[in-house]
Design a protein around this ligand. Structure first.
Ligand SMILES: C[S@@+](CC[C@H](N)C(=O)[O-])C[C@H]1O[C@@H](n2cnc3c(N)ncnc32)[C@H](O)[C@@H]1O
Length: 244
């Protein structure tokens, strides 16, 4: 279990981003009972509904704050609940870690009337080029995507619609793309340790990317290449909500 190895410092940089949470909670509609699958430390769990969490990593479960929703140890692909036990099931920034994401989505649909998933769309050939970090510093990200279903394939497997989610420039949840307008953040080891991509590409690629980004920030090359981003308040970098 990857997160038993890398998850210990998760809450240093990872927390609920209120503007993205608003989109997730709106998509939950009038659901009173909500299952949060791959729940981690409890980010994005709505406080005004009856939530049950599912999380296979003991290290992540141990970091859930006092008073967080109860949490069951299980993988998404085999949810220990009867059919249609919940009004809704949600999954945030987790399905790219599942061994079989489509099986997990079908499980969510089996146990809940509504399914809301936050993930990223990597199907577009331009996706890798859209974010300067993957395009100019970490092309190894492409290797992590081999064999993964596209967002549309995931959506089709449960009859979901796909909605784009913009990332605010000052996003407070430190996921991979969160610092698109704050490039210095990626030089900080604490920021990188909160995102599995950096571990998965390996230390050689990580160190090369950081070294090269630092040099481009110092020389002004990053600013020259990415001038157009500095006026944007939010960016479209392939993040998506799947809603069924
Ligand atoms: C990036 S974290 C996201 C956690 C939380 N949803 C959040 O938004 O902060 C990914 C989580 O997916 C969990 N995970 C990995 N494989 C899983 C699986 N097969 N089923 C359910 N969760 C899984 C990991 O243990 C980890 O807690």
């Amino acid at each position: 279990m990857l997160y038993d190895r890398i998850g210990a410092a998760y809450t240093v940089t990872r927390r609920t981003e209120p503007r993205i949470a608003a989109a997730v909670w709106a998509a939950l509609g009038d659901a009173r009972t909500v299952l949060n699958v791959g729940a981690g430390t409890g980010s994005y769990e709505p406080a005004d509904r009856d939530v049950l969490a599912v999380e296979p990593s003991a290290v992540m479960r141990a970091q859930r704050p006092a008073g967080a929703a109860p949490c069951v140890a299980a993988p998404a692909e085999s949810l220990p609940f009867k059919d249609q036990s919940f009004d809704a099931a949600m999954a945030f920034a987790t399905i790219h870690h599942w061994q079989d994401p489509i099986a997990g989505l079908r499980e969510m649909q089996r146990v809940a009337r509504r399914v809301v998933v936050f993930t990223h769309d990597t199907s577009d050939a331009g996706w890798l080029d859209r974010f300067w970090l993957t395009r100019d510093y970490l092309p190894e990200t492409a290797e992590l995507l081999v064999g993964r279903p596209s967002a549309q394939e995931l959506a089709d497997s449960i009859g979901a619609r796909v909605e784009p989610v913009l990332i605010p420039w000052d996003c407070v949840d430190g996921f991979f793309e969160a610092y698109w307008r704050r490039p210095e953040a990626y030089l900080d080891d604490r920021v990188r340790r909160g995102v599995s991509v950096w571990t998965r590409v390996g230390p050689a690629a990580e160190q090369r990317a950081v070294h090269s980004l630092r040099a481009d920030l110092d020389s002004g090359r990053w600013a020259d290449r990415n001038r157009d981003l500095l006026d944007l308040d939010a960016a479209e970098l392939g993040l998506r909500l799947l809603v069924s």
